[in-house]
Ligand binder design. Structure first.
Ligand code: 5GP
Ligand code: ZN
Length: 113
């Protein structure tokens, strides 16, 4: 069992509601969602920060964010999505394994960054 919770989710050693998985990336629902459908997209191999990713994996993460954002938006009938990374502890990164947030947004929800 790995000590990194997102590595454990990627290997199936820890549970998560999986949205999509492929060789390089995995998308799953956030355990403490800021909105219905709040999804995290991670590399399946451990990297702490965005700049630690190899270019192919970085591209794959961006591809997944681009594909999933409109699908999630439609699935929860949202009006938009906030997509972002907390890149480093001082930025609010609590899990030291790269993860992109897809947060559905609704007209008038007032929760923008
Ligand atoms: P950060 O603040 O690091 O950018 O975001 C970490 C996110 O991971 C938070 O939104 C938190 O709810 C989510 N999270 C932390 N631990 C787990 C977990 O074990 N499972 C899932 N699905 N999400 C988690
Ligand atoms: Zn990890």
């Amino acid at each position: 069992m790995t000590e990194c919770i997102f590595c454990a989710i990627a290997t199936g050693d820890a549970p998560a509601t999986t949205i999509r998985k492929d060789d390089r990336t995995m998308a799953f629902l956030d355990a403490n969602p800021l909105a219905p459908g709040h999804t995290l997209v991670i590399p399946t191999t451990h990297a702490e920060r965005l700049e630690d990713l190899d270019p192919e994996t970085a591209h794959a993460i961006m591809d997944r964010l681009r594909e999933l954002a409109p699908a999630i938006e439609a699935a929860v009938d949202a009006d938009a999505t906030t997509i972002g990374f907390n890149n480093g502890r001082a930025a609010g990164q609590e899990v030291p394994h790269v993860h992109g947030h897809i947060i559905p947004r609704f007209d008038g929800d007032g929760g923008g960054p």
